[in-house]
Design a protein around this ligand. Structure first.
Ligand code: NAD
Length: 270
């Protein structure tokens, strides 16, 4: 009787804490770009809590130091380091990725999460603005994948997860560079899944809906309200809910999942 009760409690309690308790990424080495705040920061926390060693990439020394301090305060035993290569510079990114391999001996997981959004109407658009979005959201993803995939092939496998968006499916009514960049991320993801499958490298993307981060805080209030009103589940997502999808895709539970764009959007784009 007591045994049954214990099992029931364990099953009923298989929530986020339970998943983290199973150390789904024990022994894995992960690189997470844009890991200093928002969705990326929650991915870093979740990976660390599940036994991975993580190197987070940020844009500035100060934001990297702040994130590392916060993580170390939460758990001094977590193995986490930070770097701030210029992600739009292929040579800098390659150098940083190779340094991770030299230090930890391998790279099991690459999360391409750094990204910028904007909502400029077409008639006000400047060419440079379009370039800026594509440079970070698309080219930088490719720059990180190139050296990481070579390392993964050499070591017998790995896993790449890109951050897409629900607008990669639905488009958006202004700021065309952003959805265009995320459509490209989906293209990279699906094509590379097909190309790299034989090297035992899985390539997936997570497509968040409106998620409560600085990126959303930067949008005009009426834009956020309009978007939120259209979310069938009735609220924006939390960064932790999105990070759960990154945990699943990085784990062995997703060992036969590749080329997938996993929506975490409360059915927003439906
Ligand atoms: P955020 O603004 O909170 O974080 C963005 C991250 O990217 C930060 O860590 C930042 O340091 C990094 N970054 C930005 N510019 C950079 C640069 N030039 N060089 C290096 N790093 C840079 O945003 P977020 O909401 O956490 O977004 C993370 C990812 O999720 C992005 O790819 C974004 O497109 C995607 N996304 C977010 C939402 C949302 O509603 N928040 C929805 C769909 C997709």
């Amino acid at each position: 009787m007591i045994l049954c009760y214990t099992i029931n409690v364990a099953v009923a309690g298989s929530d986020r804490a339970g998943k983290e308790g199973r150390f789904m990424l024990k022994g894995k080495v992960a690189v997470v770009t844009g890991g200093t705040r928002g969705i990326g920061f929650e991915v870093v926390r979740k990976y660390l809590a599940n036994g991975a060693k993580v190197v987070l990439f940020g844009s500035r020394q100060e934001s990297v130091d702040k994130a590392l301090k916060q993580l170390k305060e939460e758990n001094a035993e977590w193995e986490v380091e930070g770097k701030f290569p210029k992600l739009t510079d292929a040579a800098e990114v390659e150098k940083a990725i190779l340094e991770v391999k030299d230090k930890f001996g391998k790279i099991d997981i690459l999360v391409n999460n750094a990204g910028i959004s904007q909502s400029t109407p077409l008639y006000d658009y400047k060419a440079e603005e379009f370039d800026k979005v594509i440079d970070l959201n698309v080219k930088a993803v490719f720059y990180a994948i190139l050296p990481a995939a070579k390392i993964m092939k050499e070591q017998g496998g790995g896993c790449i997860i890109n951050t897409s968006s629900m607008v990669s499916i639905s488009g958006q009514p202004a700021g065309v560079g952003y959805p265009a960049s995320k459509f490209a991320v989906n293209g990279l993801t699906i094509s590379l899944a097909r190309e790299l499958g034989r090297d035992n490298i899985r390539v997936n993307a997570v497509a968040p809906g409106v998620t409560k981060t600085d990126m959303v805080a930067a949008l005009p209030e009426q834009v956020v309200q309009r978007i939120s009103a259209g979310i069938p589940i009735g609220r924006p997502g939390e960064p932790e809910e999105v990070a759960d999808a990154f945990l699943y895709l990085a784990s062995d539970m997703a060992s036969y999942v590749t080329g997938e764009i996993l929506s975490v959007d409360g059915a927003s784009k439906a």
